[in-house]
Design a protein around this ligand. Structure first.
Ligand code: SF4
Ligand code: SF4
Length: 452
């Protein structure tokens, strides 16, 4: 029986909606389970299908939002085990939540898939090598900035010595099948931003606001220049920036990978330090869309924690993407204007998860940029956190579709601009794959050029 025929059993609204499953038969368990309240809002209309990058690429119902929701229902009813098939289709989801933007029924798909992933990590044993790689990355590196810095120094040595050139010239990467993955590894900056954690950067001129800056985790080693540019731009706009001490990774990568308990622990630590009462912030600001969307979901993550639920709501209410914050404040007249045409790639975790689309465009236009819109603005570039490594082949197909869109406007633009570090890495790799020679920059880097 085809995937589509199976799903049609539950198509249609009203009386045809699936019944609430009996908990005893469910293959889900514990706090982080996709609940009936979440997935029963899907009326199986299929309007999300053509907005889903994995459905557009693979053409299979089970790799669409509707198909994945159906599988979640099946597992919750005890009719589908948490086994290879379920894991494959859930793993293939980018978590881009383009389906949420398209959905007329308000399905909170992101919450469903994150909980499904938490169930997978509880009930399914991944192959040993995968478990080991995940343990090193999520447990040992992201949670410990000291260890992350050590690993970054090693990677920088590899990149800056002749070792990387030698390895790339040899056929080793091709033989191991990791040529694309190696190309996606972030370039490590010479100065790490860890040194700035705990520093107060004064406002330039009249003080117009005060923010706590969340600097990310990998961004501190691979995008430290972007972090410096972010605090400079805020300062130039009259904002005092406190790079809040004792801050930790936001937990986005943990949460997206199914480690919601780890994400909760990180969230509590960030709440403790950002809301310790010693500072007043107008906003908690980030320059990474992926981090921002998770920081804005701490209220959901800690909803059942009696000690933290209220403070999580307070924290969430203060989080702003840096473009959102500066656009709300009103950007000061830049010293020089941008010239040329730019295209802006909407990061999914900004456009779909946070519904922030106009702020980056407004700032670029205020700085003099002319924006040429990309076709298929709602389509993911295939980066999606660690997706481009874990699902490399599919990610590259999705990237190639994005590069076709970039090619369509390439003759009339000078730069591709985006607002998320993961998208920057992915699009730069895409330029190489597509033989396009356009710089890819963060909107904050472009705006910095107008002030300095
Ligand atoms: S658009 Fe929404 S309601 Fe319709 S199938 Fe997709 S998720 Fe379900
Ligand atoms: S989150 Fe993205 S990849 Fe996943 S089902 Fe929704 S649109 Fe498709």
């Amino acid at each position: 029986m085809s995937d589509l025929v199976q799903i049609e059993k539950h198509e249609g609204g009203g009386d045809n909606l699936p019944h609430e499953p009996a908990c005893a038969a469910s293959n889900f368990s514990g706090q982080d389970r996709p609940t009936w309240d979440l997935y029963s809002t899907c009326i199986h209309c299929g309007l999300c299908l053509n907005h889903c990058p994995t459905y557009r690429t693979l053409g299979t119902e089970m790799d669409s939002p509707r198909g994945r929701i159906y599988q979640v229902l099946q597992v919750d009813e005890g009719r589908l085990p948490i086994a290879e098939s379920f894991v494959t289709h859930i793993d293939r989801c980018l978590g881009c939540v383009a389906c949420e933007t398209a959905c007329p029924s308000g399905v909170q798909y992101g919450r469903i898939v994150e909980r499904a992933r938490a169930q997978i990590e509880t009930h399914y044993k991944r192959p040993m090598i995968e478990r080991f790689v995940r343990w090193v990355f999520y447990e040992k590196l992201l949670k410990d900035f000291h260890r992350l810095a050590q690993a970054a120094r090693l990677l920088r040595f590899y990149q800056e010595s002749s070792l990387q050139r030698w390895v790339r010239k040899s056929r080793v990467l091709k033989l191991l099948g990791v040529e694309d993955v190696e190309r996606l590894s972030p370039h490590i900056d010479p100065d790490f931003f860890f040194e700035e954690i705990g520093m107060l950067i004064p406002a330039s001129g009249e003080v117009r606001g005060r923010v706590g800056f969340h600097a990310g985790c990998i961004a501190n080693v691979a995008f430290s220049r972007l972090n410096y540019a972010t605090v400079r731009l805020l300062s130039m706009n009259g904002v005092e920036v406190y790079v809040t001490p004792r801050q930790r990774c936001c937990g986005a990568l943990h949460s997206h990978a199914g480690y919601r308990e780890d994400a909760r622990k990180l969230a509590r630590k960030n709440i403790d330090t950002f809301l310790d009462g010693s500072q007043h912030y107008d906003a908690i600001v980030t320059n990474a869309a992926g981090c921002g969307s998770t920081l804005k979901e701490y209220d959901d993550l800690l909803a059942d924690d009696p000690q933290y639920a209220e403070r999580a709501r307070e924290f969430t209410s203060k989080v702003k993407d840096v473009t959102e914050f500066i656009a709300g404040l009103g950007m000061r007249e830049p010293q020089k204007k941008l010239s040329g045409k730019f295209t802006y790639q909407d990061p999914c975790h900004l456009a779909h998860a946070q519904k922030v689309r106009s702020a980056p465009r407004e700032l670029l236009k205020a700085a003099g940029a002319e924006i040429v819109e990309l076709p298929h603005w709602d389509q993911c570039c295939g980066s999606a956190g660690t997706y481009n490594v874990a699902q490399n082949e599919l990610s590259m197909k999705i990237l190639d579709a994005k590069m076709d869109d970039v090619r369509a406007v390439s003759a009339s633009i000078s730069t591709v601009v985006t607002a998320n570090v993961g998208c920057m890495l992915q699009l730069r790799a895409g330029m190489e794959r597509a033989n396009l020679n356009l710089p890819v920059k963060h909107v904050i880097e472009v705006l910095n050029e107008c002030y300095f």
